[in-house]
Design a protein around this ligand. Structure first.
Ligand code: SF4
Length: 327
């Protein structure tokens, strides 16, 4: 079954690749926990998608036969999949990081150490136009570190959305930033159709430990304020699995979000060396499947359907088990 294969691949998290030239299929991320590194590839397996980070120590061995066709072996069984091109972070979307540095110091994220720059509005428009020349762009998704202040980043993001709404009226725009209490309304008025404000951790205590500048109450306020504007099921929140939370704590968080009309995105931790040295590791496939079962029940009872999402992670589905798409 695909869901078991994907859970195994997500638990492994990293792959090595060899064989025919594959470089045109490698995606680089400059935002979020996977930022930096050797890049990643997206496998399409009979219409299902999974993302694997490339690493010289990756446990999944991908053999590229040419033309994007790869084979790999899991539990002594050989699988064939297709590599999907993803030049702007993920397939079929222009997923762009506006500001590539951050004043926060979340322990699971590499962005503060990257000290990247901010893209201008013109540059972002040009990137999307160029991407449209090479392949289909079905959605625009925007994310950002916090370059100067939360308020200033929101203001700049609103200006980007306003410009992109004019330039690309046919494309849905999703936005993920650290919000202020006014972000939901401002992004909605600028023309975004979906937002993602990341709770990041299952409990307030874990958030305080890993991301001391973050405030769970602010995030929950922004999420609750977003649902009446964008609609139930068009507001998302990433929650990292593997930061020391119990299954019960994660389950409570999932139901808390679903009760608000927000789709939780349960993201397996990708620990960098420092976190690994502290004993944190990627959740195993059994835990991923157990959380998927909880998600299936919680989303079902809240009548939330990720397959209706137009942008960002629920539309991509590369990094997580997605209810309704992975079975
Ligand atoms: S699931 Fe989200 S974070 Fe992962 S590759 Fe897709 S868009 Fe990026």
């Amino acid at each position: 079954m695909w869901i078991n294969t994907k859970a195994d691949l997500l638990a492994a998290g990293t792959a090595q690749i060899s064989g025919a030239s594959w470089h045109q299929f490698v995606s680089q991320s400059i935002a979020g926990p996977g930022a930096g590194g050797d890049g990643a590839v997206f496998l399409n397996y009979h219409g299902h998608r999974v993302k694997l980070s490339l690493s010289k120590t990756g446990s999944v061995l991908l053999s590229h036969r040419g033309g994007g066709v790869v084979s790999f072996t899991l539990h002594n069984e050989q699988h064939i999949a297709k590599l999907e091109p993803a030049s702007l972070h993920c397939p079929e979307q222009a997923y762009i990081t506006i500001s590539g540095s951050c004043i926060f110091s979340c322990k699971y994220c590499n962005v503060p150490s990257l000290a990247g720059r901010r893209k201008s509005n013109d540059e972002i428009v040009h990137m999307i136009q160029k991407q449209q020349e090479y392949g289909s762009v079905r959605a625009i998704s925007l994310t950002s570190g916090i370059m100067h202040s939360v308020e200033e980043e929101e203001e700049n993001t609103v200006s980007v959305v306003t410009r992109l709404r004019d330039e690309f009226p046919e494309l849905p725009i999703g936005v993920s930033i650290y919000p202020t209490e006014k972000s939901a309304m401002r992004l909605y008025e600028a023309g975004a159709c979906e937002v993602k404000f990341n709770l990041e951790a299952a409990t307030a205590d874990i958030l305080a430990k890993f991301c001391p500048e973050s405030n769970r109450d602010v995030l929950l306020f922004a999420l609750a304020a977003s649902v009446p504007l964008f609609g139930k099921g068009h507001v998302f929140s990433n929650v990292i699995l593997g930061l020391g939370e119990s299954d019960q704590e994660m389950e409570a968080c999932i139901y808390e979000l679903c009760d608000l009309g927000v789709i939780p995105i349960i993201r397996p931790l990708s620990p960098h060396a420092e976190l690994e040295a502290e004993g944190y590791h990627r959740p195993d496939s059994k835990r991923l499947l157990a959380m998927h079962e909880i998600m299936t029940k919680a989303l079902g009872s809240a009548e939330l359907d990720p397959s209706l999402c137009k942008t960002m992670c629920p539309r991509c589905g590369g990094c997580d088990l997605v209810v309704g798409r992975d079975s």
